[in-house]
Design a protein. Sequence first.
Length: 374
Amino acid sequence: MSLRSAAHAATARVSSSSSRAARAVARVRRMRTGVLAPWTVPGAARFYELRWALMLRRTPAITPATHAARTAVRDIEEMIACDLCGQGRFQPLFHAYAGKRRQHRYHVVRCPECGFLYRQPGIKPERLGELYSSGKYGSFLTGGYARKRQRRYQLVMDAFTPLFDDGGGRRLLDFGCGAGLFLEVAHERGFACHGVDLSADSIERAREHAWGANAHHGAPGDVPEIAAGGFDVITLWSVLAHLATPVADFRMLRGLLAPDGVLLVLTVNANSLFLKARREHWNGFTPNHLKFFSPTTLPRLLGQAGFAAVTMPPMAPDSVVTGRARLSLGERRRLYRTVERGNTGNMLRAVAFNDAATPERYGIVEQTQALPAS
C-alpha cells in the first residue's frame, strides 16, 4: 500500500470513529431529555435496567430504627412494614421530590423480600383524610386536568373491550371519585354510577351534576347504599397509590362486589422505565402517594384480597396511543416493543375478577392469569 493510500485509510478510520462517537454522544443527550426517551432511544432501556439492578445490589437492607434515626418522623407518620409480606427491613432507595415545584420530599424504600416499593415512614391510616382536607383538591381535579384524565379513562376502558363498552345499567362504584370526572364518562356509557371520596370539596363539585348525584364523602362503610354492596364494577383511577392499608382496603372492596363483579385499577407503575431513568425525580412521586405497585406486586395484592384472576395488558403513554407524540415509525415500534417486554410503561392498568370464569365469558383471555387463593 502506498503512503497516500495508507493516509487515506487512516483518515477514513478516524472519520468513522468520530462519527460513531458523535452518534453515541447524541444518543446520551437524547436519553437525558424527553419523556419518551427511555423507550425510544436505542440502548436506553438496557442501560436503565442495568443501572437499576446495580443500585438494588449495592443498597443494603436496614431496620426501621436505623431509618428513623436518619429521618424526621412527623406526627402524622409512622414506621411501617411491607404490606405484602410483612418484612420489617427495607432498602432505602430515594429521597424523592414531589409537587409541581418539587417542594415536597419523602423517602421511598423497597422490600428486599418481595420487591414492593413504598413510602417510609408511612402515613398513619387514621390521619389519611388530613392529606385531602385543604379545600383545594376539588379545584385541582378540574379544568385542563379533567380533559386529559377523561381521555385516559376512555383509552383504558377500551383496552378491555367489550367489558366496559356498554354499562347496560350495571351498578358501578368509583372509589376515590374526586370531583366525578370518571362518573361522567361512566354515566355516558350507561352505568348506574356511585362514588365515594375523602375530599369534601371534591364531592361538592361532583354533586353539582346529575351524574354525581350518588357521590358521597367518607368511607364506603359510612354510606348505607354503598355498604350494601352488590356492585358489578368498582374502579380505582390513580387511587391505589394513595391507600395506607391496601390489602385491607382491597378485601373490603372485593366484599362490595357482586359474585361476578370486576375491579378496574389504574396506578403508577413501579416497573416503569421512566422511574428507572428519573429515579427520585420520577413524576409518579406525587405529594400524597404512599405505595407503588408493579406487574409483580399488584397480583400479589389482589391474590391476598381474594380475587380469582387478573389481566394486565401493558400500557403505552397516552400521547403515543392517540398519535399526538411526534415519533418516527421506527421510534413508535421500538417504544411498543419495549413497553410490552416486561410491562414497563409509566402506568399500570389491570382488571381483577371475582369469578375465574368471567374473563372467558367476555373473551378476555390473553394476558390473564389465575391468582393463588389467599
